[in-house]
Design a protein around this ligand. Structure first.
Ligand code: NAI
Length: 462
């Protein structure tokens, strides 16, 4: 007799595999479809490989700057192929870990492209390879892919053009790299390659890098990387590609050109909405102001318009971050299990793993202004943290807290300085728990840690 699953999940990225793990642990009978590799973009061609590369760059930096700490190394150097090989080893290890987690939670993994066929009498039917599967519930975590605009000359440029996927597979370090789009992907690759000595130019349409980031922090980070040799062309619109040259219009309207042996296109990502039968169920899409679909439409319980069908992660086109995807997947599973849970987006952390790192959560000062919120800002240089000074000889950094003007409730926290990626979660908890600065002041932070900067900053409120 054909097996009927409680839950079918399409996509094995951090949305899908975390949901499968949680659902399996709760006793649901789960089938997970992943056509490429468990872990999805995050583990195979995103978060994990880039952080592994960036860590090698950081170690190289430490070796070069050891003298600032009284440590001398002679002619520190690196082997690009070994850096890449280590990255591949880390990815392989973690993919195996996800596989083991699926097994431990009795999840059936199908390594085929899944296509939704429709709803039968026992549930939703899905075809994968030669087999058909039926499930009472469906969670769509089909992810996203790099958006590559049809710049004139792009196709002719061939493999000079790379996205986050191809750049990770490069066997040789580019001597010159042009990055189109100074967002998160663009800046992390710019940081990695410039640290290894590649000449990097970032061409960005907006007047700042890392658009949604706090303005002050964005400018500080840009200055640090200018010092390290990255050239930034801001307010510059790419108009075409000529072989290995990017053609763009500068702020004065003049045509300019910049060449590289590789050109990274990192201008955003697009939800995967086609090729797996969404139309067979009539799943509704969310539309942008121009009326174009940008993701699967979901409510705060991650439910689509079709009963029993949920979506989580990049496929919703909303907050394209691995940790958002995982939480959205958990919300969907909890709702399937009949537990009360809903998605909240006001304390999602965002981190850019440059060196120094930047991290933020909640609203920025710019957003507070835009939303007409009566707010106050308190801020301190990171140098107010003893631990930060001990570990960052030439480091510059800042901690900024945005609070409501009347009750001092924490609305946003934004930081630059290592290791703020590991600290920002304290701010997420403060926002999630609707804490005020006065309550935050009462929390005991370990000393000496860089995290104390949050508490120190809280004490500067007037
Ligand atoms: P993004 O949206 O972060 O940045 C794209 C940038 O390209 C924007 O600054 C935009 O103004 C610029 N741009 C767009 N068209 C352009 C043009 N024609 N010429 C010049 N500039 C142009 O997108 P990105 O960096 O591709 O990242 C995609 C997604 O992946 C994001 O949602 C991001 O959150 C996620 N991601 C997150 C990471 C993290 O959390 N550390 C790391 C990498 C990616």
């Amino acid at each position: 007799m054909e097996q009927i699953f409680d839950l079918a999940i399409i996509g094995g990225g951090p949305g899908g595999y975390v949901a499968a793990e949680r659902a399996g642990a709760e006793g649901l009978n789960v089938v997970l479809f992943e056509r490429k590799s468990l872990g999805g973009v995050c583990l195979n061609e995103g978060c994990i490989p880039t952080k592994t590369l960036l860590y090698s760059a950081k170690v190289y930096n430490y070796a070069k700057d050891g003298d600032h700490y009284g440590v001398y190394t002679e002619n520190p150097t690196f082997k690009y192929d070994e850096i890449v090989a280590r990255k591949n080893k880390v990815v392989k290890k973690l993919v195996a870990g996800v596989k083991a987690a699926m097994k431990a939670n009795k999840v059936t993994v199908v390594d085929q492209q899944a296509v939704i066929e429709g709803r039968g009498k026992d549930g939703i039917t899905i075809k994968a390879g030669e087999e058909s599967y039926t499930a009472k519930n469906l969670l769509i975590c089909a992810g996203s892919e790099a958006a590559v605009p049809p710049f004139p000359g792009l196709k002719e440029a061939g493999d000079v053009i790379v996205t986050n996927r191809e750049i990770l597979a490069l066997e040789e370090q580019p001597k010159e790299l042009v990055v189109i789009g100074g967002g998160v992907i663009g800046m992390e690759f710019a940081a990695f390659y410039s640290t290894l000595g590649t000449k990097v130019t970032v061409v960005e349409m907006l007047p700042k890098i890392l658009g949604p980031l706090d303005d002050e922090i964005s400018a500080m980070l840009q200055k640090q990387y200018e010092k390290k040799g990255i050239q930034f062309c801001l307010k510059c619109k790419v108009t075409g590609i000529e072989g290995n040259t990017v053609v763009y219009e500068d702020p004065e309207g003049n045509t300019q050109r910049v060449s590289g042996d590789k050109i990274l296109v990192s201008v955003g990502r697009r939800a995967n909405l086609q090729g797996y039968g969404l139309e067979n169920l009539g799943v509704e899409f969310a539309l942008n102001p121009a009326g174009r679909p940008y993701g699967i439409k979901v409510d705060e319980h991650m439910r689509t318009n079709i009963p029993g069908v949920y979506a989580a992660g990049d496929v919703t086109g909303f907050s394209m971050l691995a940790h958002t995807a995982s939480r959205e997947g958990e919300v969907a599973v909890n709702n399937i299990l009949g537990k009360k849970d809903h998605m909240r987006y006001n304390a999602i952390p965002g981190v850019v793993y440059t060196n120094p790192e930047v991290a933020g959560t909640g609203i920025t000062e710019e957003e507070a202004k835009k939303q007409g919120i009566d707010y106050k800002v308190v801020k301190l240089p990171m140098a107010y943290s003893g631990r930060f000074v001990a570990e960052n000889e030439r480091g510059e950094g800042i901690c900024k807290i945005i609070v409501g003007a009347k009750y001092h409730e924490v609305l946003g926290v934004h930081m630059m300085g290592n290791p703020c990626s590991e600290i920002i979660n304290a701010a997420c908890i403060a926002i999630e728990q609707e804490m005020t600065l006065e309550q935050l002041k009462e929390v005991v932070f370990p000393h000496p840690t860089v995290s104390e900067i949050i508490k120190e900053t809280a004490f500067t409120i007037r």
